[in-house]
Ligand binder design. Structure first.
Ligand code: ZN
Length: 415
């Protein structure tokens, strides 16, 4: 790295300004953002982003699922670019930073290189992935998942939102179904900056999280079949109560995840089939979300949760069915790129630690096909997917500086 490049810093107020400018697209009264993927506000932010990229001299291409790729040429165009970016869509009651920070920091990196007149050896590609959030269309991280071939493009185009509008229709409505074949963009590596969405960095007073792993996931749909009967006249020992059964299962999952360590487990949905104050619940459906960064612990979670559910069911004389609907293996980010992130954070003098991502990210999908890594910065109280989501200007700038220097170390400085 040449001298001027090693001293380079992004423009903190310009980055902060772009974050707040784009937060107007879908701004909510409580200070958050509602920008559902492929909706009118997503079109607004995409148009803004495309214009900003073009003004920065980038060539913008859009693929058949609306993923956006903005290319900055390098001296050596025989090699694929280093990718950098995240997503611009939000949850229905989302914040200003989740996804947005990584995409706009990538733009800020380009603007900084332009201002300094720095050409990189490898080209760079600023990226905005379609539908990371998954709230309007399932699955989450849709654009990057199809990009790496986990789903076919036709499958994704046919997915419908709650109003019956397909992804294909939504893309056409906002003019973002591009010609670039999905998956055609090549990358030498990909770096995503994101807020942590958890409390660890803030609690430990660290500015940068060097993301080493991403958690694997097990999702189950569960159904408990007991027997409905009168709440007044059925003695306790004669009951086959589906909700009481679920209660024991919920506590068992809490115990199992705690005992295993490096694991979390949640029952986030539970529905009594025909709820009534004076009827013992006869049927309950529910979901389980459990995660670990260790594939062996995922296996143990599966065995122990199934065994606990079967034991509780036998004791209570009810039936419990558990259907595993999704297994995603843990992510182990590319060690060279993780090292590059760590070196950049150290060189810039930021307090940092290695960390595991609790949430899924586009970079986790990409890492299955190409070298990828992530940079985390703290968010206030660890809160995300909430209008109160917050991060400081200096932490955002620190993350963008680490992104800049990681990218420079990977792409190399020409001349
Ligand atoms: Zn995100």
């Amino acid at each position: 790295m040449t001298k001027p490049a090693s001293n380079l810093q992004i423009d903190s107020s310009r980055l902060w300004d772009t974050i707040h400018t784009t937060a107007q697209f879908g701004a909510t009264p409580k200070g958050g953002v509602r920008r559902l993927t492929l909706g009118p506000e997503d079109k607004q932010v995409r148009d803004w982003f495309r214009t900003a990229c073009e003004k920065a001299g980038l060539e913008v291409q859009i693929d058949g699922l609306g993923n956006m790729f903005a290319l900055r040429k390098g001296r050596d165009m025989s090699k694929p670019p280093i990718g950098l970016g995240s997503h611009l869509d939000t949850q229905p009651t989302g914040g200003k930073f989740d996804g947005v920070l990584g995409t706009l920091a990538a733009l800020e990196v380009i603007r900084t290189l332009n201002d300094a007149g720095i050409e990189t050896e490898l080209p760079l590609c600023v990226t905005n992935w379609t539908n990371e959030e998954g709230s309007r269309y399932a699955p989450a991280m849709m654009g990057s998942a199809a990009f790496v071939g986990d789903f076919t493009v036709d499958d994704i185009l046919g997915r419908e939102d709650a109003a019956g509008i397909s992804v294909a229709q939504a893309l056409d409505d906002i003019g973002y179904r591009g010609d670039k074949p999905v998956g055609a963009q090549k990358f030498s590596g990909f770096i995503e900056l994101h807020i942590e969405q958890g409390p660890i960095l803030e609690a430990e007073g660290k500015t940068i999280g060097v993301v080493e792993h991403g958690q694997g996931v097990l999702w189950y749909d569960g159904k408990i079949t007991g027997f409905e009967s009168h709440a007044g006249s059925t003695p306790m020992k004669h009951r086959r109560d589906a909700l009481a059964t679920l209660s024991e299962i919920v506590l068992a999952i809490e115990t199992i995840a705690t005992e295993l360590g490096n694991a979390v487990g949640t029952v986030g949905e539970a529905v009594i089939a025909a709820p009534s104050r004076n009827v013992i619940p006869g049927e309950v459906t529910f979901t389980i979300d459990t995660r670990s960064a260790d594939a062996g612990i995922l296996d143990q979670l599966d065995q122990r949760i199934r065994a606990a559910a079967a034991g509780i069911a036998a004791k209570r004389k009810v039936e419990v069915a558990l259907d595993l609907v999704w297994r995603k293996e843990p992510t182990h980010f590319d060690t060279t790129l993780v090292g590059a992130v760590e070196n950049a954070a150290n060189a810039l003098g930021y307090q940092n630690r290695r960390i595991t991502s609790g949430a899924g990210h586009d970079a986790c999908n990409l890492n299955t096909r190409l070298p990828a890594a992530m940079i985390f910065v703290p968010c206030k109280d660890g809160v995300s997917h909430n209008e109160l989501e917050d991060a400081t200007q200096s932490d955002c700038a620190a993350g963008a500086n680490v992104l800049l220097h990681t990218v420079l170390s990977l792409a190399g400085v020409a001349k």
